[in-house]
Design a protein around this ligand. Structure first.
Ligand code: COA
Length: 249
């Protein structure tokens, strides 16, 4: 079977209007790769990296931001160090300058040793990644963060599928919040996602503005053993193109 996350072709990449590229990358690159990535960071990113207490957190941040620059450079034609960002409303990072004006949009998520980067053109998008772990307090967290209909589905699940379902629901909700860009200011019980075993990722309903649910298409991502991910993209009719950043083309 073909690898679901193959290496990307070398060189600049073009984005078709109906394509969403999703990259998977390890946040534990070899030392020489980490040094190359670090050299591309902005003064602000270096200052933020220096504030991490634990070296593994610092490495993950440097790798995450460095890989982000190398990936976005391939779509913009700019060197990684020359990319500039601006904050959209509620702090969602966007590309500044000509690349932003050309409509290139991206979103990023990190968890454990992995990161996911989603890139497209002229569509808003959000991506979320979570490393699976046992959730003995999953029911309590669900009651706090999931909507009433989501809690009904969650409570009815068999014990052996509940932890995976928890992270499926969480990543799908988070991908949508990140696509909209409002972060924590968006009430999490204002919308319901599909997440029961076997159910395709989807926004089922958005309270207050029913048409909003139709505005987005969702996709479950399988970034590797022990991780789940989700992608929410504005509009329909797009297709995902998956790449592994670490694999050499
Ligand atoms: C940023 C946020 C949207 C997601 O954070 P997170 O899940 O902790 O972290 P992720 O790794 O998935 O995403 C972080 C990246 O999202 C991007 N981001 C930051 N603000 C964002 C926003 N408002 N919208 C979309 N993306 C944002 C950045 O690229 C950031 O990368 P950085 O850490 O290198 O700066 C967070 O503010 C948030 O709202 N979390 C909600 C938590 C929650 O209660 N979820 C319940 C789900 S049921």
């Amino acid at each position: 079977m073909a690898d679901a996350w193959p290496p990307a072709p070398a060189g600049p990449l073009a984005l078709a209007p109906d394509a969403v590229h999703v990259w998977r990358a390890s946040l534990r690159p070899p030392a020489e790769v980490l040094a190359r990535l670090e050299a591309t960071l902005s003064p602000d990113e270096r200052a933020r990296a220096a504030r991490f207490h634990f070296p593994q957190h610092r490495t993950a941040f440097v790798a995450g931001r460095g890989v982000q620059r190398e990936i976005l450079a391939r779509y913009t034609g700019l060197p990684p160090a020359a990319l500039a960002y601006r904050e959209g409303s509620h702090g969602k990072p966007e590309l500044d300058g000509a690349a932003g004006a050309a409509g290139i949009r991206f979103n990023v998520s990190n968890s454990g040793d992995l990161a996911l980067y989603a890139v497209t053109v002229r569509r808003e998008l959000g991506v979320d990644l979570e490393q699976l772990k046992p959730m003995p307090d999953g029911m309590d967290i669900a009651r706090r963060f999931f909507s009433a209909p989501e809690n009904e589905v969650f409570a009815a699940l068999a014990d052996d599928v509940r932890d995976l379902a928890f992270f499926r629901c969480w990543t799908r909700k988070e991908a949508y919040i990140k696509a909209v860009g409002e972060g924590l200011s968006m009430p999490l019980d204002r919308f319901d996602v599909a997440f029961a075993p076997g159910e395709p990722a989807r926004i089922l309903r958005t309270r207050g503005n029913p048409a909003e649910a139709e505005r987005w298409t969702m996709l479950a991502l399988e970034p590797g053993p022990g991780y789940v991910g989700a992608l929410a993209v504005e509009g329909a009719g797009w297709h995902p193109v998956l790449f592994d950043w670490n694999a050499a083309a």
